[in-house]
Write a protein that binds this ligand. Structure first.
Ligand SMILES: *Cc1c(COP(=O)(O)O)cnc(C)c1O
Length: 361
């Protein structure tokens, strides 16, 4: 078989990152956000690894993401919440799977209480994100509806921070105060505000449960600060060929990247079909045998090109594995150079890259 891009995933690193985040959150419980196939790293393997070390609460975005993992979670005594909420047509699936919807509106709270009066759920408050969640003016009506129905099944009230990656942003304190004011009204069993970055704002943000995603997977959640999480994956692709360019030769589609002098170019076997964004064209880097080289020329569907002119003997690189993201070319440095979110760089890595689990179960 031809060689193709692959992702090596270190489940031990994810487990150790979980323990670090759990210890940071001290008295609070620590959940795991495994939406988007655990940010591309494989929701089933990640969930199993985290269940093994005692994680009991998981979040996905969509109900379909619950299907492959909920049996394991439930048989380990855990719970799974679905962030995108409830639509009437998914009610029966929620109930039969035993997944908990995170309800976002008065209408869906009413619907859930009447259709599934004994089934647990969560409520999401919008404290300034203007995305999902109850508006403050809906609080009173929802509280009234809850007290008339089975409020005891309200396991969690949560909200989500818009600017936790920027600790000095005034929005953090505003959202904290809004959540401190509003969340007690609902008398939920637990409350939750912090994502990965929120854990590091201060203890006030921890409440009963924290909900990290990115930091579990070794991503750095906060600008201008490095936390001690371990990178959990390496993404590599094969170096297929070396080309020699003359001054004036163009590279790739559009022919608008031009060699300004003689150059050696490496052709790497991964492209946007593998999830390498076209936006890394002429600004991203890769690491080959420990050295960093710039991406040169527009990223194609299945390949891209790298300027390896700085290498003494470029032809000797043929057959090497090129690190697209990993210890030699970190998610954060690629993100900073290219302006792509680290989240997006991760979740775009497509199924065409084999997932190889280096350690643990
Ligand atoms: C995605 C998400 C998280 C996890 O965020 P990270 O920044 O990856 O830690 C937590 N809560 C909600 C509501 C989310 O949508």
């Amino acid at each position: 078989m031809s060689r193709q891009p692959y992702l090596t995933i270190d489940l031990d690193a994810i487990a150790s990152n979980y323990k670090l985040l759990r210890d940071c959150a001290k008295v609070s419980n620590c959940a795991a956000v495994v939406k988007a196939n655990a940010y591309g790293l494989g929701a089933e393997r990640v969930t199993n690894a985290l269940l093994d070390i005692g994680c009991k609460v998981f979040f996905v975005a969509q109900l379909s993401e619950a299907v492959p993992i909920i049996d394991r979670i439930r048989s380990a005594g855990g719970r799974l919440f679905v962030l995108n909420g409830l639509e009437p047509e998914s009610l029966l699936d929620f109930v039969s799977l035993g997944a908990r919807p995170v309800l976002n509106s008065l209408r869906t709270v009413e619907y859930w209480l009447s259709a599934a009066p004994s089934a647990p759920f969560a409520v999401h408050l919008d404290t300034g994100f203007s995305r999902l969640g109850l508006d403050q003016k809906e609080d009173r009506a929802v509280v009234r509806t809850l007290s008339a129905g089975s409020a005891a099944n309200l396991e969690l009230v949560l909200s989500h921070l818009a600017c936790a990656d920027t600790p000095s942003h005034e929005k953090n304190q505003q959202q904290l105060e809004a959540f401190q004011n509003r969340s007690p009204r609902f008398r939920a069993a637990q409350s939750s505000l912090a994502n990965s970055a929120g854990i590091f704002l201060s203890e006030a943000y921890h409440f009963d449960l924290v909900r990290p995603g990115l930091a579990l997977y070794g991503g750095q959640p906060i600008r201008d600060r490095t936390i001690d999480v371990r990178p959990a994956f390496v993404w590599r692709a094969p170096l297929l060929q070396i080309r020699r360019l003359k001054k004036g030769d163009s590279v790739g589609y559009g022919a608008n990247t031009i060699a300004q002098h003689e150059m050696a170019i490496a052709v790497v076997g991964a492209g946007y079909a593998d999830g390498l964004p076209v936006a890394v064209t002429n600004c991203g880097t890769v690491c080959i045998n420990g050295a960093t080289f710039p991406i040169f020329g527009r990223v194609s569907m299945d390949s891209f090109t790298v300027n390896v002119s700085a290498c003494d003997n470029p032809e000797a690189l043929v057959g090497a594995w090129v690190e697209l993201i990993g210890p030699g070319n970190s998610l954060e440095s690629q993100s900073a150079r290219t302006g792509q979110l680290s989240y997006e760089l991760m979740v775009r890595i497509s199924d065409r890259s084999h997932r190889i689990y280096a350690k643990a179960s």
